[in-house]
Design a binder for this molecule. Structure first.
Ligand code: GDP
Ligand code: MG
Length: 164
């Protein structure tokens, strides 16, 4: 069966938008309301002769930060158990949050290949200074992506297939 790439991250960082860009169809639900993706959604992606399955993890409807954190731990654990490569998505405008740090540390300890995407980098060229804060997550070089415009997704996919 095909390798699996799981997209994880906090609600509203743009996981479903990225998923839709990668699979090329609007198979996932995008909404301004955090946590609107109700179920995991699977799609197929092809890049440079590699074919793999992408999972949009979601289904988080947090009412409190405790619930958010416990759901995010569950989401990250699912990705660790099921995925060959994990895409951790963060939001340039939100910066690094406590929940990002928690998930990053789980992913780091798992030893799985993790690619850190800083989403919402909508301007082309040198990333803004806020981008560099994401190095603090200890997941290597972050990749600047704009899931809405598609900037950086080729670079991201090059990294994905380098692990397959
Ligand atoms: P999810 O909860 O992580 O799945 O996030 P969604 O994909 O549903 O997106 C949440 C919001 O962020 C929506 O309003 C998207 O249009 C917006 N968004 C997603 N990607 C980008 C991006 O690259 N740039 C900007 N400016 N907004 C984005
Ligand atoms: Mg979603």
């Amino acid at each position: 069966s095909k390798p699996v790439v799981a997209v994880v991250g906090r609600p509203n960082v743009g996981k479903s938008t990225l998923f839709n860009k990668l699979v090329g169809k609007r198979l996932s639900i995008v909404d301004d309301t955090p946590g609107v993706t109700r179920d995991r959604i699977y799609g197929k992606c092809e890049w440079c002769g590699h074919s793999f399955t992408v999972i949009d993890t979601g289904g988080i409807e947090p009412n409190t930060s405790d619930i958010l954190l416990s759901q995010m731990r569950a989401q990250a654990q699912l990705a660790i158990d099921a995925a060959d490569v994990i895409l951790m998505v963060t939001d340039l405008h939100a910066g690094v949050t406590a929940a990002d740090q928690e998930v990053a540390s789980m992913l780091r300890r798992s030893g799985r290949p993790v690619i850190l995407c800083v989403n919402k980098c909508d301007t082309v060229g040198e990333p803004p200074v806020e981008f560099y804060e994401f190095y603090n997550l200890g997941l290597g070089d972050p990749i600047a992506v704009s899931s809405v415009h598609g900037h950086g997704t080729g670079d991201l996919l090059d990294h994905v297939v380098s692990y397959l």
